[in-house]
Write a protein that binds this ligand. Structure first.
Ligand code: GRF
Length: 214
């Protein structure tokens, strides 16, 4: 078992970041958040980090001539911390193929639908409009597509006729807060193996460090 070093990228309220930090504090997740970066100056996620003494940076594309320059500095800031995973938690920017090839660190994201259904923005609104009976959330690896990379874990929630975007989002968010720490703990336990776009999760104890590096 190893303590994962995580960099978390967030643009907003940071409730998933909080859930990760709480799971770490409770001993349910063997990880350390070593850096939080936000592209929004007032993001609550930055406050959550600072209150806990975690380095928290506001990093805005407005201070760079183009996206590549912004992402080059983002990559540099993350690489300095030698993290095991980059964790997107409500980071509202699409990372370009340039960034993905530049950082060798695997990137994870959480999305509020059962992918591949309803990728992109307003996934909960899309689910309501479509009329699905069930939706949920997905933790996945990030690749060059939008919400398209290999799926690590999913959780299902029911959709009720009385649901609004708000009530459905809250129900999904509750599951997100359990799912992201669980997914990260599987990585900490080195139980995750990528086979093409499939993610194999080994049973506890089934895995040597060599067999299950990811
Ligand atoms: C979550 O719904 C997550 O699925 C999506 O963005 C939202 C972030 O919420 N990617 P928070 O900032 O973690 O509270």
């Amino acid at each position: 078992m190893s303590v994962l070093r995580l960099a978390v990228l967030a643009s907003g309220r940071g409730s998933n970041l909080l859930a990760i930090l709480e799971a770490i504090a409770k001993g349910e997740l063997e990880a350390q958040v070593v850096l939080v970066i936000s592209d929004k100056e007032g993001a609550l996620a930055l406050d959550h980090a600072r209150q806990r003494g975690i380095p928290a940076l506001f990093h805005s594309p407005r201070n760079y001539p183009d996206k590549e320059a912004f992402e080059a500095e983002l990559a540099r800031l993350i690489e300095m911390q030698k993290v095991d995973y980059i964790v997107l938690a409500g980071f509202m920017r699409i990372l370009s193929p340039y960034f993905l090839s530049r950082v060798k660190t695997p990137i994870l994201n959480i999305h509020p639908s059962l992918l591949p259904a309803f990728p992109g923005l307003q996934a909960q609104k899309q689910a309501l409009a479509y009329g699905v009976r069930y939706t949920g959330c997905t933790v996945h690896f990030v690749d060059e597509g939008v919400d398209a990379g290999p799926i690590l874990l999913q959780a299902v929630v029911p959709v009720y006729p009385s649901d609004t975007e708000e009530t459905l989002s809250q129900r999904i968010l509750k599951e997100e807060h359990k799912l992201y720490p669980q997914a990260l703990q599987l990585l900490a336990e080195k139980r995750v193996v990528l086979e093409g776009r499939k993610v194999i999760i080994r049973e506890e104890g089934e895995c040597s460090d060599q067999a299950c590096s990811n």
